[in-house]
Structure formats: C-alpha cells, structure tokens
Design a protein around this ligand. Structure first.
Ligand code: RET
Length: 242
C-alpha cells in the first residue's frame, strides 16, 4: 500500500514532499525532546515531555495525512483537525507549566484549553462542513477567531504575560515573549490558509491545494520551533540553578 503511494509521488508534488519531511522531522523532534529530559532539572521534565507529545502526536497524524494525500490528492482536513485539537491544547499547557512556577492557577489552564477548543471546533465546522458559500466560511471563521484573539491577548498582555513579568526570571520573561510571537505570527498562518478555501475571502489569491504546503510549514515552526524555545528555557534555567 505505502510503496504504491510512494511510486506515484510526482516530483513537483510539494504537498506530498512536505508531508514526508514533516513526518520525519516531527518524529525526530519527539525523540530529541524525550531524551533531553535527562539534561534538565526535575521541574522542567514535564515541559519537555509535553513538547515530545506535541511533536509525537503530529508525527502520527503526518503519517496519516501523507498517505491520505498520496492516495486521494485531497486536503486531509479531518486528520489535520484531529491533530490540532490534541496538540494546540498541549501548547496551552506549556504556557501554564512555564508560568506555574510564578504562581499560575489551574483556572488559567482551563481558560486557555477552552479557548483553543472553541477556536478549533468552530474552524472545523467552517472548513469541513462548507457549502462553498462565503457566508458559512466567514461566520465560523469569525467565531473561531474570537478564541484565537483570547489566547493571543492572554499570552501578550493578560495573565500569562503578567505572570511571566513578575517571575523574577529573565529566561522565563524572554521565553514567554518568544512563545507569544509564535502565537501572533506562526499561528496567524492558519486563518490565512482557512480563508483560501472555496468561498473564503482569499480564495482567488491561493488555490486550496497549496494551502497544505503552508500548513505544513506552519506546523514545523509552531510545533518543533515552539518546543525548542521551551527546551532553551529549561536548559538555561537548569544551568543557572547549579
Ligand atoms: C500545531 C498546530 C497549531 C499551532 C494550529 C493552530 C491553529 C490555529 C491557530 C487555527 C486558527 C483558525 C482561526 C483563527 C480562524 C479560522 C479557522 C482556524 C481554525 C484555521
């Protein structure tokens, strides 16, 4: 089955190409984050485990998406959202774990998880149940964006930002700010991709088939890059305490 798909991969199939690379990169990142737990202080091990889970869950779904794409040539929207609905709340957990040492409460964790789930459920309804109309796309896109803006606000100015500011650790201050940039810039690629679907505001700018290349690039930045920043924080904080 797999071999069949591989032999049919066209040389200019960039979506297929990035699904293959994404799969291996996510898997490799997971192994890295998992084994590097041994290099950081005990209080950082959970953060690195969560990083490994994010890229590990993505690796499995990239395997599915790669094969689905190879077999059908369609956008694997279903697997994409299954992956996001698991990995994005895990990224919210990373923000909580980083600020927990500065006093973050459980309620912060639940607010972020709720907002991210809302964002993705609305996005899925908008994308998977599209009737091709602009009305449907915009309505669910706007609802989804409320969840996104809530998260962006919380990490830039709200509770997460304030906790990091009061943390007495420059590493955490800088690290949380770096992760907030991922949310603002890296995550913004997804709504742009969403708007390229049939009926979307940008549907005349980019064909929906190319959207997957952007999603794959965004995922690599937002999952592996995000994990590396968390790793950087954990490593420097571990050293500075020795
Ligand atoms: C690893 C995967 C990540 C970080 C996925 C993030 C996804 C988003 C930030 C999606 C956001 C959307 C909107 C803000 C509006 C339109 C619908 C979505 C779901 C594409």
């Amino acid at each position: 089955m797999l071999l069949d798909i591989v032999t049919k991969m066209a040389p200019d199939d960039y979506v297929g190409f990035t699904f293959f690379i994404g799969y291996m990169a996510m898997a490799a990142a997971s192994v890295f984050f998992f084994f590097e737990r041994g290099s950081v202080d005990a209080k950082w091990k959970l953060s690195l485990l969560v990083s490994a889970l994010i890229t590990g869950i993505a690796a499995v779904h990239y395997g599915y998406m790669r094969d689905y794409w190879g077999a059908t040539g369609d956008s694997p929207t279903f697997f994409r959202y299954v992956d996001w609905i698991l990995t994005v709340p895990l990224m919210c957990i990373e923000f909580y774990l980083l600020t927990k040492l500065a006093g973050a409460k459980k309620s912060l964790l639940w607010k972020l998880i709720l907002a991210s789930t809302w964002m993705l459920v609305c996005g899925y309804i908008g994308e998977a149940f599209t009737d091709g109309s602009t009305g449907h796309s915009v309505q669910w896109g706007v609802l989804s964006t409320i969840g996104y803006l809530y998260i962006a606000y919380t990490v830039w100015f709200g509770e997460v930002a304030q906790l990091a500011e009061n943390s007495n650790s420059d590493v955490i201050k800088k690290g949380v700010r770096a992760l907030a940039w991922f949310v603002l810039v890296g995550w913004a690629i997804y709504p742009i991709g969403y708007m390229c679907m049939e009926g979307g505001w940008l549907s005349s700018v980019m064909a929906p088939e190319n959207v997957d290349v952007w999603y794959n690039l965004a995922d690599a930045i937002n999952k592996i890059g995000f994990g590396l920043v968390v790793y950087g924080i954990a490593i420097s904080e571990s050293k500075s305490n020795k």
